[in-house]
Design a protein around this ligand. Structure first.
Ligand code: TXA
Ligand code: MG
Length: 349
């Protein structure tokens, strides 16, 4: 398939005119890669089984791993799900924005889109291109992250072109993603509590301001045991993992450098906080040092992580070393993605 690329920047005035062929493609059952504030999405008509099938195929994704449906206004959830008061409280605070809420689905969302579940994940993105595309398509857009299954979510036009060129009708190039990690996912339970299934830019503290009881699913920070029940199908798949082994180092920089030297600094990559780049470059002259952003700036780290992993993946390192993030604030989202990229390998120093 020949993929057409539509380039749109933030100040674009004729956004509707530019998006019109892509919105038509969605209506006709085609696929469109579009920017959101978190990561790029691979979208199709959420009310169509055959669009869902095409999405799974384009991504090489198992079809029991359900898709998020993207709406242009929080109230649109009413038409496709059974909403609750808590949904509207969350919507008031965090939508449009990087929050996905799992609700009981109505029958107009086909089982294929929901991976066979009774529930469906709903998200109202804040990115103006995403919102315009959804409202022009006139249907909710089902969209997983626009990466091939198993590689990191795409956060730049180059990433989506690498993964999706030739597999979709349109790629909308809206520049780099703002946040760089996927949305926070919560499930609304029947007792009015929330379960955090995937941490993101909407943090645990922020959710706790809206709901008294927020539990964190065990799989957010820990490896699931064999046969253990997962709350979100995506949790059981190996995600975000580069080909080279990733080791998370839990300790001071001095100890980290000593450990890396002991195991050889040739053909290794090191993710270093900006403040430590000259330290690591001096101590590890043969290693490739990546700037992971300032130590205090977790937003910058979130923004860079997937890009760095993708780049490192092309270079066949023996090992990729990275610092173990803290579990507070946005740190929890970084921790969740990095611990999985590292297949839970943490070296305590
Ligand atoms: O930021 C994001 O959320 C991006 C952009 C494109 O919106 N989308 C995204 O979608 O990350 P995806 O499909 O890559 O990740 C969605 C996760 C999957 O792990 C899936 O298993 C889970 O959400 N999920 C979807 N529907 C669910 C449901 N009904 N119950 C539990 N988990 C669900
Ligand atoms: Mg994904």
């Amino acid at each position: 398939m020949k993929t057409k690329i539509i380039k749109i920047d933030g100040s674009c005035k004729d956004i509707e005119k530019k998006l019109s062929p892509a919105a038509d493609a969605i209506k006709r059952g085609g696929l469109v890669v579009f920017p959101t504030e978190t990561v790029y999405g691979l979208g199709g008509d959420a009310t169509s089984s055959s669009s869902a099938e095409k999405i799974y195929e384009a991504k090489n994704r198992p079809s029991d791993n359900p898709l998020i449906i993207h709406i242009s206004e929080p109230g649109e959830a009413e038409k496709y799900t059974y909403t609750t008061d808590l949904y509207y409280k969350l919507a008031e605070k965090f939508m449009p924005g990087p929050l996905t809420v799992i609700l009981r689905a109505r029958e107009n969302i086909p089982r294929k889109t929901r991976g066979g579940l009774e529930t469906v994940a709903v998200r109202c993105p804040s990115h103006p291109v995403a919102r315009a595309l959804i409202s022009m398509a006139g249907v909710p857009i089902a969209a997983p992250s626009a990466n091939l299954s198993g590689s990191p979510s795409p956060t730049s036009p180059t990433h989506v072109i690498d993964d999706m060129n030739g597999r979709v009708d349109f790629i909308i190039d809206g520049g780099d993603s703002d946040f760089g990690l996927e949305s926070t996912i919560v499930k609304i339970n029947s007792d009015g509590s929330l379960t955090l299934l995937r941490p993101g830019a909407v943090t645990l503290d922020m959710l706790s301001e809206v709901c008294d009881r927020v539990d964190v699913a065990a799989a957010v920070t820990e490896k699931l045991g064999e046969g253990e029940r997962v709350l979100s199908p995506g949790m059981k798949y190996r995600h975000y993992a580069p080909v080279s082994p990733v080791i998370l180092l839990d300790g001071k920089d001095e100890a980290a450098a000593t450990y890396i030297i002991k195991n050889g600094d040739d053909k290794v990559a090191v993710l270093s906080y900006t403040e430590r780049i000259s330290f690591y470059s001096q101590r590890l002259p043969r290693a490739d040092i990546y700037d992971f952003g300032s130590e205090q700036d977790e937003g910058a780290q979130a923004h860079r992580l997937f890009s760095i992993l993708r780049d490192a993946d092309k270079k066949n390192y023996r090992v990729i070393y990275a610092p173990l993030p803290k579990k507070e604030g946005i740190g929890l989202a970084l921790y969740n993605r990095m611990i999985r990229a590292a297949a839970y390998t943490v070296k305590k120093l």
